[in-house]
Ligand binder design. Structure first.
Ligand code: PEP
Length: 257
């Protein structure tokens, strides 16, 4: 069975002390989880948080990287720097970067290839806007994002990819997708992977949901057959809420436990 994966995206929140405190609270509350758990603080606090999570089951991730190893790219951070800071994961293609910073599929694609080649696991975000959904274009958009961002990623490299379906209209809005609607898109994404990489890869690939996940709403979502956990924004900034979401994922992963 695919492992469920709960990852906190702290976005541009926390200062050094609050990042350290939040990480420590997550470590303490989550304990030894029965699902995979990670946190993605702002890049400036990666090494601070790395010290807190080192030797614990909580993985460290970054929210972005550049595609070059090094060079004259003022303000950018390379995949190699993230590895050196202790990261296992990097989030790429988040809709806030696609839409507020104009990141294209072609640009994200270069970063996906570089991050995988460097040895990071990539959490690749996909998702349609409200207008695109209303125009019945949601699947076409996700199809385009998958083709654009995964071009040249072979089956071996795909083992280090996690997909995160994050409908743009659900992010930070309080409007979590209905479980059945999210499941339909996750099944579409898994079908796309099956078509390109075959059954084994499709069965293995974790596909997270992201968008206004809170503990009170998420149980039914995590029970959907193609939903393998969540990428959590707002609720990941409170250790108590984040841990409650981890517990619900554990329950969904082994309902008899
Ligand atoms: C996100 O930023 O990836 C996200 C899902 O945010 P939120 O949970 O706040 O909607």
């Amino acid at each position: 069975m695919r492992p469920k994966l709960i990852v906190g995206n702290w976005k541009m929140y926390t200062l050094r002390a609050s990042a350290r405190d939040l990480a420590a609270a997550v470590v303490q509350r989550v304990g030894t989880p029965k699902v995979q758990v990670g946190v993605c603080p702002p890049s400036v606090w990666l090494t601070t948080v790395a010290e807190v999570v080192r030797g614990t089951p909580i993985a460290l991730g970054a929210q972005n990287c550049h595609y070059e190893k090094e060079g004259a790219f003022t303000g950018e951070i390379s995949p190699q720097m993230l590895l050196d800071a202790g990261c296992a994961y990097v989030i790429l293609g988040h809709s806030e970067r696609r839409h507020k910073l104009n990141e294209s599929d072609a640009f994200i694609h270069r970063k996906v290839l570089a991050a995988l080649q460097a040895g990071l696991k990539v959490i690749l975000c996909l998702g349609e806007t409200l207008d695109e959904r209303k125009a019945n274009q949601a699947k076409a958009v996700v199809d385009r994002q998958l083709s654009g961002c995964l071009a040249g990623v072979d089956a071996n490299a795909l083992a280090n990819v996690v997909l995160a379906y994050e409908p743009v209209w659900a992010i930070g809005t309080g409007l979590m997708a209905e479980p059945a609607d999210a499941q339909e898109m996750h099944a579409f994404i898994r079908g796309w992977i099956r078509g390109k990489y075959g059954e084994e890869a499709a069965v293995r690939l974790p596909i997270q949901y992201g968008g206004s996940v809170t503990p009170d709403k998420v149980a039914a979502l995590f029970r959907q057959p193609d939903i393998d956990g969540g990428l959590i924004g707002g609720a990941s900034l409170q250790a108590e809420l984040f841990t409650a979401i981890v517990r619900i994922a554990e329950q969904a992963a082994s309902p008899a436990a």
